[in-house]
Write a protein that binds this ligand. Sequence first.
Ligand SMILES: [Cu+2]
Length: 306
Amino acid sequence: MGFYQIFILASLAVLTICVLMISRYEKNKINLMQCMMITMFFSMNTGLTVGILLGASYQGELFFSTMLACLIGSIAGLLIGMNYSLLAVLEGTMTGIMSGMMGAMLGEMINENQSLYLVRIFLFLSISTIFLFAILPRKNGTEYLQSKVAILKPLLIGIFISAYFLGGLTFAEKQVKAKEQLIHNAHAHTKTENNNQAIDTRNITIQTFNMKYKQTEIILEKNQPVNLILNNEDNVEHDIEVILPNINEIESDHEHSSKANMIHLHANSKEKQSIRFIPTTVGSYEFVCTVPGHKELGMVGKIIVR
Ligand SMILES: [Cu+2]
């Protein structure tokens, strides 16, 4: 778990404490439906924030991220609901479980940038729970926002939250992006290395025509990658089979049944086939065509590794 994840979870923990304290203070002034509304609003947005965060952070471990998100979401709902009534507890717990699950699935499916945006949006909505207390009408018929002093408080909270989003959250997201850039650079570096290797690969072509290999002696450098091409211009199939000790990195487009010490390259009439490998042992090795009768007709050559 990185700085960003800890930052978001810690923010939510602090927010939960804040909402808890305000709930305690305000619970006798608002009715049951408003209590339920606040519990639902908070647990849903918290569950979604945690779910998306965990789903995105633990890619490929959906069961784990879902379980953890459901747990955290339901605890958040439980804590707020407990202030009000049993019904609110039920509402909060269920909403927390459901939103945690949905968030985790969403986080698993979207890319990292999208998850950063969504975490930001749902974290903002979670924080907005505080403002709900400001706009809900009170039991005694007064509107909370009627007095000028009352407006000041949400305004101060609003400024605080804006500063938080512009400062802390942006900083935390930058850390994620910096890490991403690092991984990207490392990746690009590996790619360049691979390209260099590809340039170093030598292409060696053996042509077959009129029941003969046109090239019967091939010289390879030890440890230099080779792309061996069989260009069959004949009207019948041909192949190349050679025993080479300890060949490295055999690659071919088709199944040529090559093993760790044998190259077998087959081409049908008028076909071109290739195989890439690295010879590692110096020596002289005979290659033949294994199609019955062809070796006897002279389809034999020599590969020299030096
Ligand atoms: Cu042949």
